[in-house]
Design a protein around this ligand. Structure first.
Ligand code: C5P
Length: 221
C-alpha cells in the first residue's frame, strides 16, 4: 500500500473532451475518452487527496470518493475550473479542450435547402484555460500540469508548448494508432519547467498517473 502523500491536499483534474454545439443536435468534438483523467482522479484519491474531477462528456462512472462536476463546452469547463481552483494545491488539465467553437449557435436544427450550398461554419477562439490559470495562479505555489498530444517533433514541440502555456509540468503524448485516445494504455514524456524530462514507458494509464503525482508531490510547497 502506498503512502498517503497527498493527504490534506486538494487537487483538480479535468478529463474528457469538450463538445462545441452548432445546433441542438450537432457539435464539434474530439476523441478523448476521459480515461487518463479518471486514472489521475482515482490515483490521487488513493493517495489521500480531496479530488475535484471536472468531466467533459465522458461516459465513465463516477470514481468513488471523488467530487465530479460535469460540463459540456470549453466555456463551461473554464467556469468549473475557476470555481474549483482557488484552494487547490494542484491542477491537472487532462481534458482535450476545443481550441475553437462555432461563432453562432442555431436554436433550431440546421436544415439543408434544395439547390443551395451549405453555409460555411465560422469559428471563434475558445479561452485557453491552462495558459490562463498558469499565468494567474489562483493560489500561490499551486502546481499546474498540462497535457499535449503531438504527432511529430514531440519533444521540441512539447518544450515550446510548456513555455507558451507557462505550466510547471507538461505530459507529452505521441498520438498514433493503439496509443492514447480511447486506449487503456499510454506512453509519454513529462517535461518540467525546471528542464527535467521523465519518460514513462508504454503501460496502463494508472502508471502514468502515478508518475504525474510523484512529480507534483515533489514540487508542492
Ligand atoms: O494547445 P493545446 O490544445 O495543444 O494544449 C493542450 C493543453 O492545454 C491541455 O492540457 C488542455 O487541457 C489545455 N487547453 C486548455 N484550454 C484550451 C485548449 C487547451 O486549457 N482552450
Amino acid at each position: 500500500v502506498r503512502e498517503p502523500d497527498l493527504a490534506g491536499r486538494h487537487v483538480v483534474v479535468s478529463a474528457g473532451g469538450t463538445r462545441e454545439p452548432l445546433d441542438p443536435v450537432r457539435f464539434l468534438g474530439n476523441r478523448s475518452s476521459g480515461k487518463q483523467g479518471y486514472a489521475l482522479a482515482r490515483t490521487a484519491a488513493a493517495r489521500g487527496a480531496r479530488v475535484t474531477l471536472i468531466a467533459a462528456n465522458t461516459g465513465l462512472p463516477d470514481p468513488a470518493g471523488v467530487d465530479v462536476v460535469r460540463v459540456g463546452t470549453a466555456v463551461q469547463l473554464r467556469e468549473a475550473v475557476l470555481k474549483a481552483t482557488p484552494d487547490a494545491d494542484a491542477v491537472v488539465m487532462a481534458a482535450a479542450v476545443a481550441d475553437f467553437r462555432p461563432a453562432a449557435y442555431a436554436t433550431g436544427k440546421i436544415k439543408k435547402k434544395d439547390g443551395q450550398e451549405p453555409e460555411p461554419i465560422v469559428l471563434v477562439r475558445n479561452p485557453d484555460i491552462l495558459a490562463e490559470i498558469s499565468a494567474d495562479r489562483p493560489r500561490p505555489g499551486q502546481i499546474v500540469v498540462g497535457f499535449a498530444a503531438e504527432t511529430d517533433d514531440v519533444l521540441a514541440n512539447g518544450r515550446a508548448k510548456l513555455e507558451r502555456k507557462g505550466c510547471d509540468l507538461l505530459v507529452v503524448n505521441e498520438v498514433g494508432e493503439r496509443r492514447t485516445f480511447g486506449s487503456e494504455e499510454n506512453e509519454a514524456v513529462v517535461l518540467g519547467a525546471d528542464g527535467s524530462e521523465t519518460a514513462v514507458p508504454h503501460g496502463p494509464k494508472e502508471a502514468l498517473a502515478e508518475t504525474v503525482w510523484d512529480l507534483v508531490t515533489r514540487r508542492l510547497p
